[in-house]
Design a binder for this molecule. Structure first.
Ligand SMILES: [Zn+2]
Length: 269
C-alpha cells in the first residue's frame, strides 16, 4: 500500500487476538475451521506487531476468549504478561457465563491492570442475553467495558437482537459490538442497533464481505463517531483491511475518528 495514504493518520487496531506461542498455531487453525476461512496470520504477539507495523499501528486492543471457565485465570494472566512485554498493547481479559465466580474474574482483570472484558458467545456457547450472561454485565457495568463478538448465520448465541437486549438492560455498560454489530447478520444489525454513548462498533471481519457502499452506509447509520477500525487478526492482515477501509471513501475527518480518535475517547486507549 502506498504509504502516503496512511502515514497522516494515527491508527489503533481495536480488535486483535493473541495466543501463547505453544498453542498459537493450533488456535489459529481452529478459528479458520470454525469460520471456514483461510487465516492470513498466526495469532502470536510477534506476528501481530509485524503485521500492524506495515501500516504504522500505534496501539492494539488485544484479547483472547476462554472457551471453558477453567481457562479464564490463565488467559487473563497471559494477556497481562503480553501487555507488560509490549507497550503497544491494551489488554482485555475474559470471563465466561459458566464461571463459578464472575466477581473474582472481574477482580483479577482489574488487579492485573487489564481494561475490559472480551466475550465470544458463539465460541463460549451461551446466549449473550441469558440470565447467566447477565450476571457478568451486573458485575462489570460501570467498571469494565465489554468487547463482544456479534453475529453468525449458523448460531443464535450472539444475534444482534441479543446485543440490543443487553444494551437496553445495562445502559451504563460500555459495549464494543464487534463486526459492525453482526457478522453475516448485517441487515438485522443495522435495523436493531444504533450507536450512542455506550454502544460502539468495530468494522473488523466485515469489510471483506460487504460492498464499500454498504459498509459506508452502515457506518453512517451507526454514526461515524461510533465506529472503530479493527482487524480481527489473525483472520486478516492490517494492510488488506486498511486498503478495504480506505475503499469506503469516507471523509478525512471520518477516517481520523474511526482509525483512532473514537476509541481513544471511548475507553481511553
Ligand atoms: Zn474477537
Amino acid at each position: 500500500m502506498d504509504k502516503e495514504k496512511y502515514c497522516k493518520y494515527r491508527i489503533i487496531d481495536a480488535h486483535a487476538h493473541i495466543f501463547p506461542e505453544k498453542i498459537a498455531e493450533n488456535a489459529t487453525v481452529n478459528i479458520g475451521h470454525f469460520y471456514e476461512l483461510p487465516m492470513t496470520g498466526c495469532g502470536m504477539s510477534s506476528k501481530l506487531l509485524e503485521s500492524g507495523r506495515k501500516i504504522g499501528v500505534f496501539r492494539y486492543l488485544v484479547c483472547s476468549t476462554a472457551t471453558s471457565p477453567h481457562q479464564i485465570s490463565s488467559i487473563n494472566s497471559f494477556i497481562a504478561a503480553e501487555c507488560a512485554a509490549n507497550p503497544e498493547f491494551y489488554g482485555f481479559g475474559t470471563t465466561h457465563a459458566g464461571s463459578e465466580d464472575i466477581a473474582a474474574d472481574a477482580e483479577q482483570i482489574i488487579s492485573l491492570g487489564l481494561h475490559g472484558v472480551k466475550l465470544h458467545p458463539d465460541f463460549q456457547k451461551f446466549d449473550a442475553d441469558s440470565p447467566e450472561a447477565y450476571k457478568i454485565y451486573e458485575v462489570i457495568e460501570g467498571r469494565l467495558p465489554l468487547l463482544i463478538h456479534c453475529g453468525d448465520n449458523r448460531y443464535d448465541f450472539s444475534a444482534p437482537q441479543r446485543i440490543a437486549n443487553i444494551h437496553r438492560d445495562f445502559p451504563n455498560l460500555k459495549i464494543l459490538a464487534a463486526h459492525l454489530g453482526g457478522y453475516q447478520r448485517w441487515d438485522e444489525a443495522e435495523k436493531l442497533l444504533k450507536g450512542d454513548d455506550t454502544l460502539k462498533f468495530d468494522v473488523s471481519s466485515s469489510l471483506a464481505f460487504l460492498t464499500p457502499e454498504r459498509a459506508a452506509h452502515m457506518i453512517h447509520t451507526y454514526g461515524a463517531e461510533n465506529c472503530f477500525f479493527g482487524v480481527d487478526f489473525p483472520m486478516w492482515c492490517h494492510e488488506d483491511e486498511l486498503e478495504r477501509f480506505f475503499a469506503l471513501g469516507l471523509s478525512e475527518d471520518e477516517n481520523r475518528m474511526i482509525l483512532a480518535d473514537n476509541i481513544m475517547n471511548y475507553i481511553g486507549i
